[in-house]
Design a binder for this molecule. Sequence first.
Ligand code: GDG
Length: 467
Amino acid sequence: MTEAGLVVVANRLPVDADADGGWRRSPGGLVTALEPVMQRAGGAWVGWPGTPDAEVEPFDFDGTRLIPVALSAEDVELYYEGFSNDTIWPLYHDVIAAPRYRRPWWEAYLRVNQRFADAAAEAAAEGATVWVQDYQLQLVPAMLRAARPDLTIGYFHHIPFPAYGLYSQLPWRRQVIEGLLGADVIGFQRVADAGNFARAVRRLFHYETKASGIRVPQPDGSVRLALAKAFPISIDAEAYIELAGREDILARSREIRASLGDPAHVLLGVDRLDYTKGIGHRLKAFGELLAEGRLSVQDATLVQVASPSRERVETYAHLRDEIELTVGRINGDVDTVGHTAIRYLHQAFPREEMVALYLAADVMLVTALRDGMNLVAKEYVASRTDNHGVLVLSEFAGAHDELGRALTVNPHDIEGLKDTIMRAIEMPPAEQRRRMRALRRRVREHDVEAWSRDFLDALAATRGESR
Ligand code: GDG
């Protein structure tokens, strides 16, 4: 039995199985950010090991106790691909794709959330802090509080929280809010997300919501405070700066430009292949600029990395077809034997290659239709140590609240997007420098470590007051 002072609960464990039966640390900001905190606190991490039907015993990894939660193939289909990624994901991203409401998916979500809550309850020491991550586990905070009233419970929501007009579609809208309100601190990416959540609480429960917290009445007549607040997530900026200074990565970035035929302008998009990312809008704008002769295929290349994602969910399979059709059409119309307009890569790359791509790109296109934060925008900025390059950033990405010196776009406005792409391409170096300096300052000062510290400090501050 584990008795940890800090327990993180997330859909996935922070490791991936490797080919020879061992584990390696998964890439990603959350894992990096929490590693030192976990080591100091003697932490435990509860999560799914990533393979269906695998019964894995708890084990120690890099100073953290890892506690696997087993998911059957059916759990993965109903709880993960179904309710998490085909109900909550589209609903919370402004119904860009239509959410599907299926009762068996909800039942699986309940069942699996209970399993995560049980595992966390067992792992946590008396009076411990538990930090629940993301939309797959929205019911865990209340389940955990019911089992372990002694715990301090935090929850961080990595994706947007929608306006009530949309949220209210959810047949289980009351249960989900009740689940989240089990936490002492409910963290969101943007102030607007925290506001949407507080409004949903008022509409559905008529609880009082104040800056100090939401007043949640308890069965014994007392009131508990739950703080709903923005804690914008960030990246390990120093790690990107270090990679960006590596001679081999710099050489690779030059090689990338050369292999594209040394065009005057390299544009870049990096996304999981997801309908929230606005990849189609970006391709359309770029394709029209070429068709209209405002850009030529000799001078400008768009590299689009679309890393494979959720391929067993039907909407994603359709999206892939649609994007690949669009790329094929545009390239077919404008390519020459020697030059291609869009270099499309449906692949995942090591982080070193991502940084080489960031360094090779004059213009980074982040045109999300809705995005909790968008870490790619921050990674691009951190990597641009020479202060050159232009970030084009959608106002619908959470990053927009902090990265005000980017060029802002509404990706639905294709003419506006085209003009902004041209402005980015034509921006004088002095203006690029001014803007990039300000962007970089923000990302360096507010890195992922500052994010986790802010959240855990806020959580510690609620101790005592909230019970
Ligand atoms: C969710 C929210 C929020 C992508 N392709 C490759 C690769 N990546 C890395 C990027 C970046 C990460 O994956 C993607 O993070 P984003 O923030 O851009 O987007 P989501 O995956 O949708 O993340 C989002 C985030 O959670 C954190 O709270 O910002 O809004 O939707 O780090 O670099 N990394 C490598 N190869 C790839 O091919 N190595």
